[in-house]
Design a protein around this ligand. Structure first.
Ligand code: G
Ligand code: MN
Length: 401
């Protein structure tokens, strides 16, 4: 017997009464207390913040599921949402993305006919999850909710070396060994503790003198760290994220190369990951700089490939040696066929262009398997390790070799 006082509440909207009833029975089995609706107005009348979960059929007469999604977000109720539909996958995927934009949490998306085992697994997982009040009171979609800063404070932070690097390992998917580390900048703020790039990079990209100064400093830090690995006998690569906004000074390649030389690190062990965040004012200079870096043997990586400005055009234009598939595609690949296809096509494309391909955002063994099967070369993500303080690098190396 389920104790209804503690059970989670589920509301099902499906105009096909038989299906709603069967879904309801499975949900009761999983420990939910269930209400059924067969029309959108009835659903919207019933739904309130006490519901932990809703199952929503996208295709219902009169009002479509997208209308219902919008109403849900306007009513400020934030249950876990399971979308079901007879619509094709890409339409379903579009509805899912939209629901995310409206600030709803999509627990699963299922094409009809639905497998009993799928719905049972999803509902059991939701039933067992700790209630998360914060996720249900949250409004709006993604956003930058971190602290904001004045440029003087950021500049002072850069000058006084408050910007540090964390390192996330990249794994050779064939051997399972660490092939290098991506260096990720963090602001070790004297009052706030660790501050993430989302909170200061947009400002820096407008104040390019600050960004340039910070970039030089973190390249020095990364090279010092790489030298430690090399003196310990490990020829690991280091990858530093560089905004193309800094790639406007024509002497940049010489400055970087002399730093690398001074530290005694082979050029081929140094890599730059480039993400374009906006329109480039002087694309000729960017191309000039990247080409000269490449001629001297520096590795160049196109980051977040497939999103924003990280496009086929940039891939074609610049002499990249590595392609990093954006983590959104990688993370969705087990439950979204289209995302997996995009990963597979990116891997094939990268290989045809003679590049190494990296899947970032690998969080589970299943995603690792899918990426290996698709022929991806390198993996990176929380499944292996989060970005870590440099002190912890020896631990990672002894664990993964
Ligand atoms: O834009 P770029 O690819 O450089 O950003 C890397 C960011 O992705 C880092 O901030 C890092 O913390 C984050 N990241 C790395 N691996 C994972 C992962 O497996 N899952 C998620 N959600 N984020 C990750
Ligand atoms: Mn990166």
């Amino acid at each position: 017997m389920t104790d209804l006082r503690n059970s989670k509440k589920l509301l099902i909207l499906d105009d096909e009464e038989e299906i709603a009833k069967i879904l309801g029975e499975i949900a009761v089995d999983c420990g939910f207390s269930v209400s059924l609706s067969h029309t959108a107005p009835d659903f919207l009348d019933k739904v309130d913040p006490s519901f932990d979960c809703v199952i929503l059929d996208l295709m219902i007469p009169g009002m479509d599921g997208v209308d219902v999604i919008r109403f849900l977000s306007e009513k400020d109720v934030h249950p876990d949402v399971i979308l079901i539909s007879g619509a094709d996958r890409r339409t379903l995927h579009s509805a899912e993305t939209l629901a995310g934009e409206y600030g709803l949490h999509i627990a699963a998306v299922m094409e009809k006919p639905i497998r009993v085992s799928d719905i049972r697994n999803t509902l059991s997982a939701i039933a067992e999850k700790e209630s998360d009040i914060s996720s249900r009171t949250k409004t709006g979609g993604k956003g930058n909710s971190g602290p904001t800063f004045e440029k003087e404070e950021v500049l002072e932070g850069v000058r006084s070396d408050q910007f540090i690097l964390f390192y996330q390992p990249k794994f050779d998917l064939k051997t399972g060994r660490v092939e290098g580390f991506e260096a990720l900048v963090r602001w070790n703020h004297p009052k706030l503790g660790l501050v993430f790039p989302d909170s200061f990079l947009p400002l820096m990209e407008k104040e390019t003198n600050i960004l340039n100064l910070m970039t030089e400093k973190i390249i020095d830090l990364a090279l010092d760290e790489t030298r430690i690995w090399h003196t310990n006998g490990r020829k690991l690569r280091v990858a530093v994220n560089v905004s193309p906004v800094t790639l406007t000074e024509l002497d940049f390649p010489e400055r970087i190369l002399s730093k690398i030389k001074n530290k005694g690190i082979p050029q081929s062990q140094f890599q730059m990951e480039i993400t374009e965040t906006g329109f480039l004012e002087n694309i000729r200079f960017t191309q000039d700089i990247l080409t000269r870096l490449r001629i001297r043997g520096i590795g160049l990586s196109i980051d977040d490939f497939g999103t924003g400005y990280s496009s086929l055009k940039q891939l074609h234009r610049f002499p990249f040696t590595e392609l990093k598939i954006d983590k959104s595609f990688v993370m969705d690949s087990p439950r979204d066929r289209e995302s997996l296809f995009i990963c597979q096509a990116s891997i094939d494309l990268g290989h045809k262009l003679g590049m190494n391909v990296v899947a970032e955002g690998i969080e589970t063994a299943e995603v690792e398997r899918l990426m290996k099967e698709a022929g991806c070369d390198v993996g990176q993500g929380y499944y292996y390790s989060r970005p870590i303080h440099p002190e912890k690098i020896p631990e990672i190396l002894s664990k993964f070799g």
